[in-house]
Design a protein around this ligand. Structure first.
Ligand code: HEM
Length: 545
């Protein structure tokens, strides 16, 4: 090779080195610069948008207000924020997605009820929706549209206001069994109430009653209690930074683990539905499998529709009943007034029946006060979201914003409920004491078109159990080691989005020997009548692959 050839080779090498250098710089720009630019552009967009939205704490890039949202009982802070910003609506940023937390009944009703045609959808749920295979499959998460309408109608067929009348016989019988359990084993109060709630929905869903809390379906119900927390804003980083959910399994295992567990759960609930369809008595599974083809229902949809009975109906009913017991222990005046009404209308020779409801207005008011005083779904259950951009009270609300009703703030607003922590059924007695945007005077079951599907079942069940517990027992605080009544704290509640009182002791003292004898007698007869729903499931999570 001549000197010229060598020089040209050297030049080539030099050029290829230069282009490698270019390539490296290009790669560096692509991997760091572009995402950085994207983050910056997104942040500028958020900062401009937030100026038009209701006030709230200043968001940071990528994580939004993650640091401003307490990881424990955020509803307390949301209420304080509302005072701090002097606004019933507060905007928070879940990463780059906005959430408007409403702390006032009138404001949220103006959105979710008066503008229901716009505000009846759901925002994107990364964990509870996408990762848990429920965005399209579960009524709770579905966007507002025909598929949601179909699911809502199917659920309505079994727990709508007409349908629940057919459940009165077994629901009433289960409440009689509950009375006996409370009388004989007051220390197992939580378990007995949970069994009652679970058995009722299990009969509806699968035609089979739950006799003991270690029944496999009942254990699943306890597992569901954890799931509700996925809607708490700021609790899960993946909800704030959705891209985390898309990372490959070898880098971040959690998303794929959640998805495979959920799919397993869905297969299990589908198998339960197949088993339920074989039960002696007609039930929700029979109905769904019959209409399977007509409605093009997938395995996952059938699993979610039936599982919602447990996910929606067990913890909520149990927690509300526990709040009732706590209220009776701490506010004996309300208990006495309700018992006077029951004495007058029912007497001591029989228990209250469904037909007594209209004649027991104080008891009905007491049930409403339970639902208001310590509302179980403390962040209003599941957020709604608008299907289009909107303007409200001079603020801009972008499409798909999560609208959360902070029931802690809403139900303790002293303008609507003076001395809100005092348990006082009079707020609902003889008509509403104060004007309220909803006829019921509270929002324990949510708002507008997305209002709780199980409300008729829950209300019917709460009425009969509460009326009967008041008829049968003097409900008192439990005793400590010295035999003194324990001091109960009305603020000692769990941190869950479905909140319930921290474990406490209560006594269920039969109001007379006659009452005690009637409780035992009624439970015996009820148990006989419930025998038609007896049975064991052959299915466990382990034996459904
Ligand atoms: C005391 C008992 C209960 C309370 C306090 C309660 C509360 C709620 C709340 C606040 C919501 C959200 C409403 C909204 O988005 O505006 C909801 C939704 C729902 N609840 Fe309940 N619930 C109870 C019992 C039940 C029962 C017994 C069932 C079923 C048997 C049930 C099934 C559902 C379903 C399926 C939804 C989703 C509705 C939809 O998105 O279309 N709930 N519930």
């Amino acid at each position: 090779m001549g000197i010229l050839g060598k020089a040209s080779k050297l030049l080539d090498l030099f050029q290829s080195l230069r282009s490698t250098k270019h390539l490296a710089s290009l790669l560096l720009i692509l991997t760091i610069g572009v995402p950085l630019l994207w983050v910056l552009a997104d942040y500028v967009y958020i900062l401009r948008l937030r100026r038009k939205m209701p006030p709230g704490p200043f968001p940071l890039p990528v994580i939004g207000n993650w640091y401003d949202i307490p990881k424990s009982r955020p509803w307390l802070e949301f209420e304080k924020m509302s005072h701090r910003y002097n606004s019933p609506m507060v905007t928070l940023w879940n990463g780059s997605r906005p959430i408007i937390v409403c702390n006032d009944a009138w404001t949220i009703s103006g959105l979710l009820e008066k503008r229901a045609a716009i505000y009846s959808s759901r925002p994107q749920f990364v964990v509870m929706g996408d990762m848990m295979n429920q965005t399209k499959e579960n009524q709770v998460c579905q966007i507002y549209g025909d598929r949601w309408r179909l699911h809502r109608r199917l659920t309505h067929n079994v727990v709508g206001s007409q349908a629940v009348r057919a459940h009165r016989t077994f629901q009433g019988n289960e409440s009689k069994v509950l009375l006996r359990d409370l009388m004989e084993r007051p220390d197992d109060m939580v378990m007995s109430i949970e069994r009652y709630s679970c058995s009722t929905v299990s009969i509806i869903g699968w035609g089979r009653r739950i006799d003991r809390m270690n029944d496999h379906v009942a254990l699943c119900a306890l597992g569901f209690m954890e799931g509700v927390n996925y809607v708490i804003p700021g609790l899960y980083l993946m909800e704030t930074i959705p891209i985390l959910a898309k990372l490959p399994g070898w880098l971040y295992k959690l998303p794929s683990l959640i998805l495979s567990n959920t799919k397993h759960f869905q297969r299990y609930f589908y198998a339960l539905a197949m088993e339920g369809a074989e039960a002696k008595e007609e039930n929700f599974s029979t109905l769904l499998l019959k209409q399977h083809n007509e409605n093009n229902l997938t395995l996952e949809e059938i699993a979610c529709l039936t599982a919602n009975l447990i996910g929606g109906g067990v913890d909520t009913t149990t927690s509300s009943t526990l709040s009732f017991v706590l209220a009776m222990c701490v506010f004996p005046g309300a208990q006495k007034k309700a018992q006077e009404e029951i004495n007058r209308v029912v007497g001591d020779h029989r228990m209250p029946e469904w037909s007594d409801e209209a004649s027991l207005p104080y008891v009905a008011a007491l049930v409403s006060e339970v639902l208001r005083w310590r509302s179980v779904t403390i962040l209003g259950g599941i957020p709604h979201s608008p299907i289009q951009d909107d303007d409200y009270r001079g603020y801009f609300i972008p499409k798909e914003t999560a609208i959360t009703g902070n029931l802690w703030g809403i139900h303790r607003n002293p303008n609507d409920y003076p001395e809100p922590d005092v348990f006082r059924p009079e707020r609902f007695f003889n008509g509403l004491e104060r004007p309220h945007p909803s006829k019921k005077g509270h929002n324990a079951f949510g708002w507008g078109r997305r209002q709780c599907s199980g409300q008729p079942l829950a209300e019917q069940g709460l009425f009969i159990t509460i009326a009967r517990m008041l008829w049968a027992f003097d409900i008192r605080p439990g005793l400590d080691e010295q035999g003194n009544p324990v001091k109960l704290d009305i603020f000692a509640y769990t941190e869950s989005e479905n909140m319930r009182p921290e474990p406490f002791k209560a006594r269920f003292l039969p109001r007379s020997e006659k009452h005690a004898a009637l409780v035992l007698d009624a439970a015996r007869q009820a148990r006989e009548e419930l025998r038609v729903y007896d049975g064991e499931t052959k299915l466990t999570l382990q034996n459904v692959p």
